[in-house]
Design a protein. Structure first.
Length: 192
């Protein structure tokens, strides 16, 4: 009985070692924003790698902010370039002035009713500090995002990610998504 138990345990241990040896080497730390996953507004985990090959705008949003009308600009930009490969990922955040107090369903309804958004909405996140979502820790980290790093200053900070998953631009809240400089960055990324 004991020898059968030991044989069984050795067989299990050997199986674990064999499976472990077939696994790829550790991928290491995320190299870009599309190496993360995040929960969408409906609570489903979404690997951001699914957006690779597209130009991606990552933006932190809020429903009660002076910049909230940028939802309309984001939707207009998305409508204009989605067929060329633009994707917009909106991450609601209550970090600044408590301007996003609602639940995910409140946010989804607000965006649909007021701005008829069709781009991708994600669950509410923290953008700064020790409780920041992993994606935002990466986006704001000097070691990870170099010249585009730094704390998020306010709602509607926008990052432009190229088709290979590299951050190529960062725009502050006061730059509207339909402004010439923002649109020019998106157009250049779409051509790249």
């Amino acid at each position: 009985m004991v020898s059968r138990l030991i044989s069984g345990l050795l067989l299990i241990a050997a199986s674990v070692l064999m499976v472990g040896s077939l696994e790829p080497a550790e991928a290491g730390p995320p190299r870009g924003p599309l190496d993360f996953s995040a929960k969408n507004i409906d609570g489903k985990e979404v690997p951001l790698a699914r957006y690779r090959g597209n130009v991606v705008v990552i933006v932190n949003t809020a429903s009660r902010c002076g910049y909230t009308p940028q939802y309309a600009s984001l939707e207009k930009l998305y409508g204009k370039y989605k067929n060329q490969g633009l994707r917009i990922l909106a991450f609601p955040s209550n970090d600044f002035g408590q301007q996003e107090p609602g639940s995910e369903s409140d946010i989804k309804q607000f965006c649909a009713l007021n701005y008829k958004t069709s781009f991708d909405l994600f669950s509410k996140v923290v953008t700064n500090g020790p409780n920041a979502a992993p994606l935002y820790r990466w986006l704001t980290g000097k070691e990870t995002n170099g010249k585009f790093a730094g704390d998020i200053a306010w709602n509607f900070t926008k990052f432009v990610v190229d088709k290979k998953g590299n951050v190529i631009a960062r725009f502050p809240s006061n730059i509207d998504p339909m402004s010439p400089e923002f649109e020019k960055a998106v157009q250049a990324a779409l051509k790249g």
